[in-house]
Design a protein around this ligand. Structure first.
Ligand code: ZN
Length: 297
């Protein structure tokens, strides 16, 4: 008897489970045909689960996109500052209406507010006496030109890292020389990496040089010239896989990690430089690459 009751219970439960459902009814206000739909719980749960999954996927993709948009914004701001500098030096025909110091300040402020660091930009204008004399002028830039330049600038900013290594063995700045006890200024960032690890361009540009300095200095090294006077340097390579004047895109293979030149072990020495734009007075200033790569490490 007990057994029979149990099986009746089970059947009853099964029936209850099967019949749980919502009823959706449409009852016309002025009489007429009444419509009813039964929607099973399972269907409602399935629908909710599907909606939640879609929402989660959308949220995830937005969250993933966010850093890229932020990079884009930052590099666009930087590009505007660089563009202003670039035009003023490269293109003397622009009428200048404001003080160069003001322009300098704009560039500096971008760095300070975005990266929280003070740049050492001060020298380019100071070395050009003509510019100092006619320091009442600012480039007349149209909004359209800036917008167009922004897309270009994003591709030209050396963002991210050149080698798949998150182990930095030496930062930019003053340090004890690895060959002795004296201090020197380390002009780049060193990334640990095995011999033969691929090295990629960090921005679009043109190969300015692909050289072998033998056992001294940078060893086998590549310099890429980007827009806005920016240059990236990749040193101590084992092999170089690009040639001078070749165009490269961000992420293109340019060579392999090695320990050529003045190096104590396999690593990539990576620099970000800014070149002067006066043909008579060529020089390159190194920058701390960290602000450019920080977001992507
Ligand atoms: Zn180094």
């Amino acid at each position: 008897m007990a057994l029979r009751k149990n099986s009746e219970d089970q059947r009853a439960r099964r029936v209850r489970l099967d019949t749980r459902a919502f009823t959706l009814a449409v009852i016309p206000a002025h009489g007429g045909f009444k419509r009813e739909w039964r929607i099973a719980y399972s269907a409602v749960f399935f629908l909710l689960a599907a909606l939640l999954t879609v929402a989660a996927l959308i949220a995830f993709s937005l969250w993933q996109r966010a850093p890229l948009e932020e990079d884009k914004r930052v590099s666009a701001e930087l590009a505007s500052a660089w563009l202003a500098r670039w035009e003023i030096l490269e293109n003397g025909k622009y009428r200048i209406t404001e003080n160069l110091d003001e322009l300098q300040k704009i560039g500096d402020d971008y760095y300070r507010t975005i990266f929280g660091a003070k740049p050492d930009l001060g020298e380019i204008e100071q070395t050009d006496s003509t510019m100092q004399q006619s320091a009442k002028i600012l480039p007349l830039m149209s909004v359209m030109r800036i917008i167009t330049a922004r897309e270009e600038a994003y591709a030209s900013m050396p963002l991210g890292i050149a080698v798949r290594s998150n182990q930095i063995t030496s930062l930019y700045g003053r340090r004890v020389d690895p060959f002795g006890l004296e201090t020197n200024f380390h002009t780049g960032i060193d990334f640990a990496g095995g011999v033969g690890a691929p090295i990629y361009a960090t921005a679009d540009g043109v190969i300015a040089s692909a050289a072998d300095e033998g056992t001294s200095g940078l060893g086998k090294n590549v310099r890429i010239l980007h827009k806005f006077g920016l240059i990236t340097v990749y040193a101590h390579m084992n092999d170089i896989s690009v040639r001078k004047d070749q165009k490269v895109k961000r992420g293109d293979l340019i060579g392999f990690v090695g320990t050529t030149g003045r190096s104590t072990g396999p690593h990539l020495h990576y620099e970000v430089r800014v070149r002067s734009l006066e043909p008579d007075n060529y020089y390159e200033l190194t920058y701390n690459p960290m602000p450019f790569i920080r977001e992507k490490l």
